[in-house]
Design a protein around this ligand. Sequence first.
Ligand SMILES: [Fe+2]
Ligand SMILES: [Fe+2]
Length: 267
Amino acid sequence: MRVLFIGDIVGSPGRQIVQHRLADIVAQRQIDLVIANGENSASGFGITPRLAQELLNMGIDVLTGGNHSWDRREILEYMPHESRLLRPANFPDGNPGSGLYVGTAKNSVKYAVLNLQGRVFMASIDDPFRKADSELAKIPADVAFVFVDMHAETTSEKLAMGWYLDGRVTAVVGTHTHVTTADQHVLPEGTAFITDVGMTGPHGGVIGMDRQGIIRKFLDGLPARFEVASGDVQMNCVLIETADEAPRNAAGRLRARSIERLRFCID
Ligand SMILES: [Fe+2]
Ligand SMILES: [Fe+2]
């Protein structure tokens, strides 16, 4: 089984490169399932119902979120009606939406996607480690592929989650920093891991936003409105391939055979 994960989609440049490239990537690389982080798809801040639908229509099967999941007020009402749009599971119980989705991929394999958020240098929400335990316990036994998007600021919290879940899920990938790390590998018990996938959007600014506004903010510290950057639009992804013939992991899920970083640019 081959699964593509697309790093944080930022603004219209991010959405456009996905629209432009995804169908070919899926066809050429025989992808069975596409997951993407969409927390920055609305001008860098949040996601709207229309944009969620637009991204799902492009061929993304499940959208994950993060600290920006709540930025657009209209998404709160929409979330309970679109189970394929996730937000981190460890926000307080009772918040709209869910952090876990269970579905069936194109190749008829049942899969689950779990979205978590770190707490170091981020909002002090519930413990993502214990939340991972309780959410994973809800996944039916016949689900073969389990994917975790760990949306967090620090490298240490993401790697700790990778080790914590090694042998219990097929992949743990980090998002949020928008900067790709070069540490993709498969952990000893078969869980694919990368600290951060990087982002899908313009790299001519500072993590997706116009550099002049960000530099000014560092200089004067005054409240500022940031615009999406332009230039050097990239689509940063990972491709996870499962070891279908290998024995399942301790939790009965597929092991990863490999995790590969992919970067696509506008021609
Ligand atoms: Fe992001
Ligand atoms: Fe984020």
